[in-house]
Structure formats: C-alpha cells, structure tokens
Design a protein around this ligand. Structure first.
Ligand SMILES: Cc1cc2nc3c(=O)[nH]c(=O)nc-3n(C[C@H](O)[C@H](O)[C@H](O)COP(=O)(O)OP(=O)(O)OC[C@H]3O[C@@H](n4cnc5c(N)ncnc54)[C@H](O)[C@@H]3O)c2cc1C
Length: 359
C-alpha cells in the first residue's frame, strides 16, 4: 500500500490518539483533528486492562502507563457492608494480572506525548463539519475558524458518542438507553475499604462501584438515589472533585465501515462503565482497524469486529443488570447474595477474563 495515503482521524480522545499512533508505527502520517481546545479535563475511564497493556507493549506506552498507574489486585463483592466474595486477579496467568488504575486524563496525556514524539500533532479547535464522496476517497469540510475543504483517502470516525461522522455516514446505533440516572462522584474519602482494590457494593435497590483514583480521592458511581448515603459505615467524606449524572446506553453502530470510512471507539459502541471496557475497547478497535487499513482489508472490519462488540455490550448489560437492575430476578439475586455467592468461585474465572479484555 502507498504510505502517502491521506488519512483523516476525527476526534483525539483515546481511540483517535491510539489510531494515530498505530498508523504512524505502520508508516503513515495521518491528520488528527479535535473540536476541543485540549485534552479532556475529566478522569472518565479509570482502568486500563491487560489486553490494552499487551497491545501497547511494543511501543514504549505500556511502560509509561505502568510507571504512572496503580495496580488494582482484586475486586470485592459486598452485600452492603458484608463481604461476599473477593475476586483475586493474581489467580490469572496473565503477564499483567491486574487492572491498572490511571485516570483517563493521564492516559490521554501519555498518548498525546507519544504521538508528538512521532511528529504528529493534534489540530485542536478544529471541527469536522461534513464530507462528500470523492470516489474513492472524500472531500471533507473542516472548520478551524476558517472553513476549508481537503481531500482524504480514508476517514476515521473517532468522534465519540455524538459522532458527526456516524451521522454523516447515515448509520444508526442499534440498542437502547436506560431512563434511570446514575450518579458519579470523585470525592475525598476516608474509608475502611482496602484502597488498592475495587469494590462492588450491592443493595436491594441497586448498586455502587468504589475505586480509589489517587491519594484519598475515590470514584463512587452507581444507581442508588443520593448515592453518598450508601457509603460504608464510618466513611468520612471531604471535597467533591467532580460530580456528574449520566444515563446508560447499550448500543452498537449498525455498521462499522462504509467504503473507506470506519467508526471506532464510542462512535461505534456505548455501554455502562461496569466491566471497565469502554476506553479499552476503543483502543483495541484502533489496533485492529489500523492493521486492516494497512493490509487493504478495511472492508473486513465490520464482519470481524461487530459480532464481538455486540456480544461484549450484551454481556456488559447482563453484568450491569446484576449489579444494579430493577427486574424481580436482579433484586432477588441481590437480596439473597449470601446464597448466590456460592456460585462466584465458578463464574469468576470467566468474569476475570472478560474484565481483562480477553473474552
Ligand atoms: C463516568 C465514566 C466512567 C468511565 N469509566 C471507564 C472505565 O473505567 N474504563 C473504560 O475503559 N472506559 C470508561 N469510560 C468510557 C470512556 O471514557 C470512553 O469509552 C472513552 O472516552 C471513549 O473514547 P473515544 O476516543 O472513543 O471518544 P471520546 O473520548 O468521546 O473522544 C471523542 C473526541 O472527538 C471529538 N469530537 C467530537 N465531534 C467532533 C467533531 N465534529 N470534530 C472534531 N472533533 C470532534 C471530541 O471533542 C472528543 O475529544 C467511562 C466513561 C464515563 C463517562
């Protein structure tokens, strides 16, 4: 393939930055634009999984992630304040038997720096507006204060959940959104919980996830109303660093590729943060799509990737329902966790594989 091919990546979140790095490693110099003026300020995704660490290991990025992150060695499942099961990650045979806790802002900073080292610079304050087919490529209208048109051979939509690229390609998501709002806090907290492990705390009416971000700041997220009232006994709260409310979507784009345009990351799939797959899946999308583009096999991406994404989002939906759903079955399981807990040793090896990104 001719490495002078012109490639436009729309969106410099983790998926777009990763795509640019993988393409650069394959000898291309893509252009990458983002409507924001800099990296996202919030630490949305916290966890980098072993699959992502494996993907980035040849590029000196895994080392940098490991130097800056914290290893989370287990996830505990609680019924309110009673420990039901400890899912120990060390029981796996992976090279990296842990989730790496690294706020998304820091992961993006490392990716951006690695991209700049490869002499590719994100064009911030630059908006993708529309495109016209210009067989076999695209004429793209870009707005950086001035509107101009540029021709590209490939178009990569890495522009997140409200993807204009997907909209312009006329592709819908298939799936649904829950009406219920989830609460999220990054908050200073003194708690008796082990601060190097993750915690799923389940109650009859829903559930919450607690993971320490850094220092004494914890991420607390869940679907219980007035979530902070459900913190473990004797917890002392301090300053709230970030708070947000969001609704959960479980959706996959109906197509991932049309001709030479491809959707990756949240532009292609949305789901709950339970399972810590979102950012990791987007990075894996970029890894696979970049290789197929290089091998002139981009048209195969949909067939290779969409069934896997659909299965993964379906599975995340099941786990989220178990953690927080309001069906009679979910509530029955949560209120009888002492009994159902005996199944955890049987189902957890498979759950670990899933959380690690190998299933
Ligand atoms: C509260 C929360 C917690 C999460 N926790 C986890 C977790 O623990 N683990 C995990 O793996 N994932 C998690 N996620 C999901 C993760 O944050 C996303 O999956 C990830 O950010 C998706 O990356 P992306 O690059 O695909 O999209 P985004 O990060 O949304 O980036 C898209 C980029 O495109 C740009 N853009 C959009 N439109 C245009 C346009 N027209 N022109 C130019 N640029 C444009 C945007 O400015 C943005 O920078 C969490 C998400 C949230 C909200």
């Amino acid at each position: 393939m001719n490495k002078s091919k012109k490639i436009l990546i729309v969106g410099a979140g983790p998926s777009g930055l990763s795509m640019a790095i993988f393409l650069s490693e394959l000898g291309y110099t893509p252009r990458i634009i983002d409507m924001k003026n800099e990296i996202s300020e919030h630490s949305k995704a916290l966890a980098i999984n072993p699959r992502t660490l494996e993907i980035f290991s040849p590029y000196n990025i895994t080392n940098r992630f490991l130097d800056n992150g914290r290893k989370m060695s287990a996830v505990n499942i609680w019924k309110a304040d009673k420990l039901i099961y400890k899912n120990e990650f060390s029981k796996t045979k992976q090279k990296h038997p842990f989730l790496l806790i690294l706020p998304q802002k820091l992961s993006e900073e490392i990716l951006l720096d690695e991209l700049q080292k490869r002499n590719i610079h994100v064009e911030y304050n630059t908006n993708f507006e529309s495109f016209k087919s210009n067989d076999p490529g695209y004429e793209v209208k870009i707005n950086d204060g001035n509107i101009f048109k540029s021709n590209f051979d490939y178009l990569i939509g890495a522009d997140g959940g409200h993807s204009k690229t997907r909209e312009q390609l006329n592709i819908d998501y298939k799936g649904f959104r829950y009406d219920e709002e989830w609460e999220l806090y990054d908050i200073e907290l003194d708690t008796v919980l082990n601060n190097d492990q993750g915690h799923f705390r389940l109650f009859n009416d829903g559930g919450m996830i607690m993971i320490r971000l850094e220092d004494n700041i914890w991420r607390v997220a869940g679907n219980l109303k007035s979530l902070l009232n459900y913190l473990p006994k004797k917890s002392k709260t301090g300053k709230i660093i970030w708070e947000s409310k969001y609704r959960i979507h479980h959706k996959v784009s109906k197509r991932l590729v049309i001709d030479r345009a491809v959707l990756i990351g949240d532009a292609a799939h949305l789901h709950s943060p339970v399972g810590a797959r979102g950012m990791n899946l987007g990075i894996e999308d970029a890894f696979i799509a970049s290789r197929l583009l290089h091998e002139n096999r981009l048209s195969e991406y949909d067939l290779l990737r969409r069934p896997y994404l659909e299965k993964t989002v379906h599975r995340i939906n099941n786990i989220t329902s178990g953690l927080a759903g309001h069906s009679k079955l979910s509530k029955f399981i949560r209120s009888n966790l002492d009994i159902f807990g005996i199944l955890f040793p049987i189902i957890m090896p498979s759950a670990r594989k899933f959380i690690f990104g190998f299933k």
